[in-house]
Ligand binder design. Structure first.
Ligand SMILES: [Zn+2]
Ligand SMILES: [Zn+2]
Length: 278
């Protein structure tokens, strides 16, 4: 992309914000940043994007009873958005977040003890098996941008749910994840509810037979701020660099903006990065 000298200046001199979180309140996306200049949290409007994303990743700090606390060490991070110090109050054993090793008896973490549900989610007509704590079910599916889902069972702990998720994935060859870049066709086309309903009935029946579980009704998630089908297939943008253009929709992790066609920016990868407003 051609960048003029004055734009380059703006990029260097623009306000620097630390990307803290990207989440959803119902069907409203919320991008929270921390301004280094005035030392406070601010929500960035998502009608248009106009910023650069830098390479380095820094701990996002923590939310505590008394409010937000930036990382006291400004520590660089790699795989997680928080350093061990900042995540300690929330995640006692980081492994228990992804591949739980206990039912709470080792980590003493509330999440490991909590009731979880295993679900099948639809992204267009691609399916995925996953699990989440029962209280976060809808929130979790919306943050992933699912078009529909059904649950297949409720489990007493995170570990028990993860084990069933793996069994279903292996037994029925259903993916446990899709790379965002691989969902661009689905994003363009939008959901085909008749196709989804057919897969729901077939997959639900197979899960019922093979695992002795009782699939729920299907739930459609339709109210994302996006109009599908899109006029062209979005190009999956690399995170680092310039993002500038009118936003035409947000769904799950993906923010779509217009710049020489449609570009897709993975908002979930932003927390921990430093962005510079142009
Ligand atoms: Zn930290
Ligand atoms: Zn645990």
């Amino acid at each position: 992309m051609f960048v003029s000298a004055d734009r380059l200046m703006a990029m260097e001199n623009g306000e620097k914000l630390h990307a803290i979180s990207f989440d959803w309140e119902g069907y409203a996306p919320r991008f929270l940043t921390y301004s280094f200049g005035n030392a406070r949290l601010q929500e960035l409007e998502l009608n248009a994007v106009s910023f650069t994303v830098s390479d380095g990743q820094y701990c996002i700090g923590s939310f505590r009873a008394e409010g937000y606390r930036p990382c006291p060490f400004r520590r660089q991070v790699v795989n997680f958005a928080q350093c061990e110090f900042c995540s300690r109050s929330i995640i006692p054993i980081q492994k228990c977040l992804f591949d739980p090793i206990c039912d709470g008896e080792l980590c003493d973490w509330d999440l490991c003890r909590r009731e979880h549900m295993v679900y099948i989610a639809f992204y267009g007509s691609k399916t995925k098996v996953g699990m989440t704590s029962s209280g976060r079910l809808t929130e979790r599916l919306i943050e992933q941008g699912a078009d529909a889902y059904f649950t297949v069972g409720t489990f007493h702990s995170r570990k028990a749910a993860r084990e069933m998720e793996k069994k279903i994935s292996r037994g029925l060859s259903i993916a446990q994840m899709h790379r965002s870049a691989d969902l661009m066709n689905e994003l363009q086309k939008g959901p085909d509810y008749a196709a989804i309903d057919l897969i729901y009935r077939q997959t639900g029946a197979r899960i019922g037979e093979k695992f002795d579980l009782t699939p729920s009704d299907i739930v459609l998630l339709k109210d994302y701020p996006i109009r599908q089908p899109l006029e062209s297939k979005p190009a999956y943008s690399s995170l680092i660099g310039v993002h500038e253009g009118e936003v035409i929709g947000v769904k799950g992790r993906m923010l779509l903006y217009r710049n020489d066609g449609i570009r897709a920016l993975n908002m979930a990868a932003l927390p921990s990065r430093v962005i510079t407003l142009i």
